[in-house]
Design a protein around this ligand. Sequence first.
Ligand SMILES: O=C(O)CCC(=O)C(=O)O
Length: 227
Amino acid sequence: MTADATAHVEDGGSIIYMPAFLSRSEADRLLALLLHEPASTTRQSPVAVAASDSGKISKRTRSARRDVSDAIAWKQEHGRFGRPFPRLTALYGDPGVCYTYSGTKYDCLPWTPELALIRRRVEEAAKAPMNSVLLNRYRDGQDSMGFHADDEPELGKNPILPSISLGAERRFVLRHTRSGRRLEYVLGHGSLLIMAGTLQHFWQHALPKTKDEVGERVNLTFRRIHS
Ligand SMILES: O=C(O)CCC(=O)C(=O)O
């Protein structure tokens, strides 16, 4: 699908796909920030900064602070049987919000300035409040996500799940759990996909591996976690 499209699927689920939710330059900038590893030489603790600058913030110090506050704490998490997930992950959210996925309990880090901004944009589009975001980083075509439904009790009965894709295009496949019917989207750079309604009750979704030479991809799935 290429234009903004809403698909109503059987059993009351819906999928909205907006291929150009972010402009090319917004998507490029956000991806660069999310993949950015701060150089150790540019890190400075806020205490050291305050002591050395005594109120005056130099350009270099400002960019060092930005490096630290915007860098994503990517982690290699392991599943229930100790096997590493084929992707890196990070979870950000409001204080006290946590999420359990595939037997792993993720600690929530506080929103970075960039993630907080993008959360507002996504909430407007989805017309729903979000209190956390799970970031998945697919380093190449061998990184993937198997079929699953986002149906954990803490997500509520019919969760609204907006997700932004950045970087390499990848296939996103939905499979009806009873009929086996499949739907497929090629999720592009800067796109927004929203799963809603009863979709998680009757459909599973996956991001399959590919043998194609593909670059990195980052996906941000926003969630409202009920405590
Ligand atoms: O990377 C994707 O597009 C899929 C992410 C996903 O399925 C999830 O976070 O539950």
